[in-house]
Design a protein around this ligand. Structure first.
Ligand code: MN
Length: 229
């Protein structure tokens, strides 16, 4: 390939118990997918259609260390089940959606809450609150061929050993199949796409030096330290 600047490495997530990598194409995220979290964010827990935002593919962090980002005094954690697609399509029926899934991971939708709140109040796009560098720490992917498609199980996050977030996958307002189906109406989904599926209640602030320990029953764990840049 004749490129005018050097090409960069393909963003990729390790596959658990394997030397293989899952290359990342795009990162889609679902807002407000657990009723308790919708309430804590001042919204209604009613079953509105899912809504989506994105992060750049190279926002993923697989090293277990995330630098504290600039221009925020309120960096917050959102523990989420992440879906990795091996196949895509457009207008995928919910009944066929899980056939597109390669596997699952534990992810953090790290959020500059103060920036997001300010943008939201002005009716502007959330991007700089959500789609910043290193804003998507993620665990190794576990193939669905091994664990199936988890539809219930505890999803938790602790900071420095103190429990912060707790929920159950069964409490998702829109389960994975419905999310894939709905999103594929907006865009043609493609192999390599990741979907962060929303966070349970208990989101909160982190500081430099904090250790975040996320866990999803039946999927895995994610450990991240917030470092000073
Ligand atoms: Mn989120």
């Amino acid at each position: 390939m004749n490129t005018v600047i050097p090409p960069w490495p393909l963003p990729a997530v390790p596959v658990a118990r394997s030397d293989a990598l899952f290359p990342v194409r795009r990162i889609f995220c679902v807002g407000r997918n657990y009723a308790e979290h919708a309430r804590e964010m001042g919204g209604s827990p009613e079953r509105d259609p899912p809504f989506f935002f994105m992060k750049p593919a190279d926002a993923i962090v697989t090293s277990g260390r995330m630098d504290y980002p600039p221009l925020t005094a309120d960096l917050q954690h959102e523990i989420e089940l992440v879906v990795a697609l091996a196949r895509g399509g457009r207008d995928i029926p919910a009944a066929a959606a899980l056939d597109c899934v390669f596997g699952y991971a534990v992810g953090l939708d790290m959020t500059r809450r103060d920036v997001q709140a300010e943008l939201k109040a002005k009716g502007r796009s959330w991007e700089m609150g959500k789609a910043f560098d290193q804003s998507a720490p993620i665990s190794p992917l576990v193939p669905a061929a091994r664990i199936g498609h988890p539809q219930r199980g505890a999803i938790t996050l602790a900071v420095n050993g103190q429990p912060r977030q707790h929920g159950d996958l069964a409490d998702m307002i829109w389960p994975v199949a419905d999310i894939v189906a709905n999103l594929s109406g907006y865009v043609t989904l493609l192999p390599g796409d990741l979907i962060f599926t929303g966070t349970p209640a208990g989101v909160g602030r982190v500081a430099c030096g904090d250790r975040l320990e996320g866990k999803i029953e039946g999927v895995g764990t994610l450990s991240v330290v917030i470092a000073q840049e």
